[in-house]
Each structure stands twice: as structure tokens, then as C-alpha cells.
Ligand binder design. Sequence first.
Ligand code: SF4
Length: 356
Amino acid sequence: MTITNGELADLGSPEIPAQRPSLVERPTPGPKRVLLAAPRGYCAGVDRAVVAVEKALENYGAPVYVRKQIVHNIHVVRTLEKAGAIFVDDVAEVPEGARVVFSAHGVSPAVEEGAAARGLETIDATCPLVTKVHREATRFAKQDYQILLIGHAGHEEVEGTMGHAPDRTILVNGPQEADTIEVADPEKLVWLSQTTLSVDETMETVRRLRARFPHLQDPPSDDICYATQNRQVAIKKVAAQAELVIVVGSANSSNTMRLVDVALENGAKAAYRVDYAHEIQQEWLDGVCTIGVTSGASVPEVLVRSVMDALAEAGYRDVSEVVTAEEDLVFSLPKELRTDPTGQRDSRALGGRVRG
Ligand code: SF4
């Protein structure tokens, strides 16, 4: 089974709710068109995590427990629930000895220990790019650095990363906090970040931190991941030409919400997030000639297609894709799923790069 580009192929046709009347075609001052950002939608880490739950269901049967939402998209979660996944907030809710998948956002060592104490079989679907940040945090903590972790308080990824160096990490929740945080030793500081932040805002936070702490060390490589960066670059180009931007994705998806922010900061007069096409309001389209469309890294393409269908009903049938990067990365499956119960190797066992 190989799933790419957000197709939940093996879960049947996802049911997409249509709870409002169709959009109607109204006159605009000029021709109507849609600029569709690319890349958009599923990243390699989300694809891997969703396939991991599907493979676990296929190999072991339902139910398969998943700690937290496997990825931050309500449609994906509902679809997997229908297939037999049970989402829990805490490993304490998983029956002893059962199987649990850790989400793409990663977990702290304390969560792993909690799972081990209950005798749970774990499948770690943490995105490898989040694991990279965990390793950086562990390494810098061992070297007695204080870590300034730029990220959003309460986000699962931030909780997981902080849990790898709880005594050495200070959370910096945006540029304002950079002006006020206190550190133990300004000579031995490194900054790391959540993978799904706004690149521009993070650079502003770092600029302000460095103004106060000139010895602040950079991470060994970008923590904001390729997918977050690529989607922001694409929507910047689209937003510069669009009066309205529609971002498909869920409210708890950090990278989705950053796409709304980035669109507004880069020329869009309005930008809205929707989970589903039926959430588009007729009045958003009043007098709008050019609409930009994109989607967060946890959004299946089928949801974007339904938004495009709704916009076509309203007369926006001229669609151009604005491509700013090609993505071809595929991550290997979690090690627990690289072979099926008969020992057969999965085609996704090794990952690599393919044409998307
Ligand atoms: Fe991994 Fe980036 Fe996707 Fe998060 S957004 S799952 S870090 S590739």
C-alpha cells in the first residue's frame, strides 16, 4: 500500500459534509480566477504518520490506539476513527498491553516511559524532522547549553521537544517574549524552534534575542521544516496577486494558521481558513476577482478539490497553479511496520525520493 499526495486511498471515499447551499455566481469587476499554490497539502511526515495508522490497522486489526491526533486535521482523524483507530489524550487511557501509535508531533521521554510502564506496544510515527530537533535538544542539554525553544506554548510538538531537555529549555513564544526572557548564562545559549512556525516571525524573534544575547548560537540546520517553508514561499507569491486567500486546514494545525498569517502579511486583503468547502461564506467572494487557495501540511488533496469545485460553481473556473518548488521526499515507515506479520517487507520500508 502506498499513499501519496494525501489520498486516503485505502480508507474508502472520505465523506465530505455539504451542510450549506451552494455558492452562487455573482458579477465581479473583472475576470474571475483562482491561483492554486504549490506545494500545498501533505508533507512527507504527515503522509508517513497516516500510512502508519493505516498499516497498523491492516496488520493488527482494530482497534489501534493513537496518542493525540495523528496529524492536526479533523477530516483525517474522523476517517481513521471510522476505520478503527481510537484517539486518546494520554497513554493512561490505553488498555494495558495494547498497541499505541505516537503522533507525528512527537512525544517526550516521559510519555515513552508511561507507555512502557503499561506494557504497551508502541509505534512511533514522530516525523523524522521533529526527531531531529529532539536530538538537538538532548545534545545541547548534555553540553550544558541553555536552549531557547521558539514555539507556541501548549503545542504538542513543543511539549515533546521540551520534554527532552526539561531543565535546560526556556520557551520563547514569539518576538515579544524575546525582549523579556531571562537566561542563566548569556555566553552559552542556543536557539531551536518548532518545525511549523512562520519563517519571518521566527527570524524576527531570533534578531531580538541576538540583540540581547550576542553569543546566541544557531541550530546546526533549519528546524522549521522544508514543508512549512515551501508552503509559505508559495502562498507569498499567490497572496501578492490575490484579493482573497482560502487556506484549507484545521484550526489546531500550526502550519495551516501560519499560512493565513503569511497570506495577510504578503498582500492578500483577506484570508480565511476552512476545514471544508461548505464553510466558505458567499460574502467573502463579493467583488473578488482573484482567489488564492492553499492547504496545510496535514490536509488531504480531496479537501482542496472540493473547495475548487465550490469556487467553480461561483464562476471561478480559470485555475492556474503557482509552483515555487517540487517536493519528492518520502520517509520510510516506522521500524515496527516495515514488515507485515508474515515477515513480508513493505514497499515503503526504505523511503527515499520519488517524483510526486
Ligand atoms: Fe514533519 Fe514538517 Fe510535516 Fe511536521 S510539517 S510532519 S515537521 S515534514
